[in-house]
Structures are given as structure tokens and as C-alpha cells.
Write a protein that binds this ligand. Structure first.
Ligand code: ADP
Ligand code: MG
Length: 358
């Protein structure tokens, strides 16, 4: 860890335990100077004033245990798995199930009519990648309420896209952003505030302001990474964060669970992490951008012998998957390989001093 303390005010945390607020007193203003309205609303129908004690079978003791285990909203119970609750508050499977069902009832969360789902889809916002072509490939930029995974070899531009999103999210809605802030969970020590400054200048934002709206945390192991994502939720709920970047998603998991025998354990943990991320994306109407490496697939004789790591779990949990390749002269090729409703396709874009562009 030889990185020098940066000259700018984005701080790295010594222990990676807490995400630090750059400015506690900040108002909803982003770079530029125009105050930014929150035009993208929260997903509807998930608020209640009920407390844990209103849940079936929950008394003060259980409520206390729930809080101590990090559950702080009815919604966090409603979206928990039975196993998780059993472990957290030492109750039977049945009791955990009862708690989840009653939380869902309080939030009207069971079945939703399709017109309400459409309402929720209407809240989806888009963040421009900086390249129009890449935006078009992805249906008009990267969507909130989704997990977008960019995978590719070292140097293919995955981190650059992540940094660019932290800048572009701050651009007002009418100019391709969401007038929001960013959280960047850095597992490889590749976050560079100077690069953010460059990108901010290129899109005409005040670099100093842009830096203030990005909360950065280093994660040192996979537990840490999961904890950071959880911690980020406070910022997301209270500080107008609209994009969460995890760069890289798999690096720590991969190095910690190297042995063959550990794969099942790794995948289970990864699954838990991804479910938590989905909830965060969905309930807070934000974009989650994750990067991933590739490994060579020895069983592959034709075509590209590389594949993303993380297996089916990651493959299925990513809403959009984009494979990045390096081409000549700063050019990059992004290939959309998996999307719920968009056709596969490719877009050529650039990574230059200005950041991600056409
Ligand atoms: P990875 O996929 O490993 O995360 P990166 O996103 O870090 O790759 O991309 C690194 C590449 O981005 C560099 O090799 C370079 O081509 C390009 N790049 C990074 N910073 C700049 C810059 N300031 N000016 C021009 N190109 C840059
Ligand atoms: Mg990188």
C-alpha cells in the first residue's frame, strides 16, 4: 500500500470500517452551482411508521436483537431470508417466516399488480457512461434499480467507467446525469481523485465540488466489502447517493477462497452479497456498477477463451453484463452479453484524458 496521501479532500479510510462523510453539513447541491432537485423519486410503497414490535411474534427482546444485528427498518426484515433471521435472532424457522410475512404485509409487499410495477419502472433513472454509443447499446445509459457488471481484462477500462459514473451521476438530469452523489468501494486501490478532477473538468463541472460528492472506502477483505455495502445504505438513504460502484466485485473473494474445496462457500457468500446489493438497488432506486475480471476457460476451443469469474451466481444476479475489450489507439469495445430486454450488441468508445467518450 504505497499510495501517497492525495492532495485532494477525498480521504481513504485507515481501517476501511466506516464510510466517511466528506461534508456533514452539505446541502443538496452538486457541482456547477445550480441546486439540484431530486427529480428521480424513490420507489413507491415501501414506507411505514410501524416498529418491530408491530411484527407478528416480536417482543421487545427480539426487537432489540434485530436492531443489534443491524436490521433497522421493517423493510430490512421484509427482504431478509429466513436463514439470515434465524441466525441473527436465534428464532425457529417458522417464527422467522412469520416475521417476514408480517413485515411484507405491513409494507404491502407481496403481490404487486403489473400497473404498479410499471409505476416503479417509471422511476428508473439513467446515468450516461460518457459515450453516446455505449449509452444507446445499454438502452439510454446505465439504469437505476439494476446491477450492471462490466468485465474484461486488466486495462480494458472497467475502473475508468466506474470513475466516470461517479462524475456523470452528478450532472443534472436533463444533461444525462441524476444530480446525485456516488459511493465508491475500492478493493484494488485504484481510485484516483486526480482522475476524477480531470473527468469533472471535461464535463464542465467544478472538480472540487465533484470530489466532495463522492464517498470512497477501501475494502480489505470480502467481509469488509459486504460491510461497506451495508454501511453505504445509510449514505444512500440520507445523502442522495444514486450510484454505488464496487471495483472490483470478485478480487477479494477470489483471493480469499482460492482452494477448490472453498468454492461452494465462496459462492454462498457471494450470493448473499449480491442479494443485499439487489435490495439496495431496488429499494433506493440507485444504480450498482460492479467490475469483474476474466479468466481463461481451458474447455473453450473456439471463439474468445476468456470468461468472467464468479460463475453462474454472478451471471444470474447481474441485470446487465458488458464485456470490455481493448482495441487500438485508446479505443474500447463494449459488448452487451446479457440483458433482460435489450438485444446483444457492441459499441466502440474511447478512454482518453477526458475520460469515457465516443
Ligand atoms: P481496468 O479494466 O483494469 O480497470 P482501467 O479502467 O484502469 O482498466 O483502464 C486503464 C486504462 O485507461 C489505461 O491503460 C489507459 O489506456 C486509460 N487511461 C487511464 N487514465 C487515463 C488518462 N488520464 N488519459 C488517457 N487514458 C487513460
Ligand atoms: Mg480496474
Amino acid at each position: 500500500m504505497s499510495r501517497k496521501k492525495s492532495e485532494t479532500d477525498v480521504e481513504e479510510l485507515p481501517q476501511g470500517i466506516e464510510i466517511k462523510l466528506q461534508e456533514e453539513t452539505e446541502t443538496q447541491e452538486t457541482a456547477g452551482s445550480e441546486p439540484v432537485e431530486q427529480t428521480v423519486s424513490e420507489a413507491p410503497g415501501l414506507k411505514t411508521n410501524a416498529s418491530f414490535e408491530d411484527l407478528a411474534g416480536v417482543g421487545p427482546a427480539t426487537a432489540e436483537k434485530l436492531r443489534a444485528s443491524g436490521y433497522n427498518t421493517i423493510e430490512s426484515i421484509a427482504t431478509a431470508s429466513i436463514g439470515e433471521l434465524v441466525e441473527a435472532v436465534e428464532v425457529s424457522d417458522n417464527k422467522a417466516k412469520e416475521m417476514i410475512i408480517s413485515a411484507k404485509e405491513l409494507l404491502n409487499m407481496s403481490f404487486e399488480t403489473a400497473d404498479r410495477l410499471l409505476e416503479k419502472r417509471k422511476c428508473v433513472g439513467h446515468i450516461s457512461t460518457g459515450s453516446k454509443k455505449l449509452d444507446v447499446l445499454l438502452g439510454g445509459g446505465l439504469e437505476t434499480q439494476s446491477i450492471v457488471e462490466f468485465f474484461g481484462e486488466f486495462g480494458s477500462g472497467k475502473t475508468q467507467v466506474g470513475l466516470q459514473l461517479c462524475v456523470n451521476v452528478q450532472v443534472p438530469v436533463e444533461k444525462g446525469g441524476l444530480g446525485g452523489k456516488a459511493v465508491f468501494i475500492d478493493t484494488e486501490n485504484t481510485f484516483r481523485p486526480q482522475r476524477i478532477q480531470q473527468m469533472a473538468e471535461a464535463v464542465g463541472l467544478d472538480p472540487a465540488e465533484v470530489l466532495k460528492n463522492i464517498f470512497v472506502a477501501r475494502a480489505y477483505n470480502s467481509d469488509d466489502q459486504m460491510l461497506m455495502a451495508e454501511k453505504a445504505e445509510d449514505l444512500i438513504k440520507n445523502d442522495g447517493v444514486k450510484v454505488l460502484v464496487i471495483d472490483s466485485m470478485m478480487a477479494l473473494f477470489r483471493s480469499e477462497y482460492g482452494g477448490r474445496g472453498q468454492l461452494a462457500e465462496r459462492q454462498q457468500k457471494l450470493n448473499r452479497h449480491l442479494s443485499a446489493l439487489h435490495k439496495i438497488a431496488d429499494l433506493n432506486n440507485i444504480l450498482i456498477y460492479i467490475t469483474n475480471q476474466v479468466q481463461s476457460d481451458p474447455a473453450m476451443f473456439f471463439g474468445d477463451p476468456t470468461k468472467p469469474i464468479g460463475g453462474h451466481i454472478l451471471g444470474h444476479q447481474s441485470t446487465f453484463r458488458v464485456y470490455l475489450r481493448k482495441s487500438k489507439g485508446g479505443k474500447r469495445i463494449g459488448r452487451l452479453v446479457d440483458s433482460p430486454y435489450l438485444p446483444e450488441g457492441e459499441a466502440v468508445f474511447m478512454v482518453s484524458e477526458k475520460g469515457v467518450t465516443d
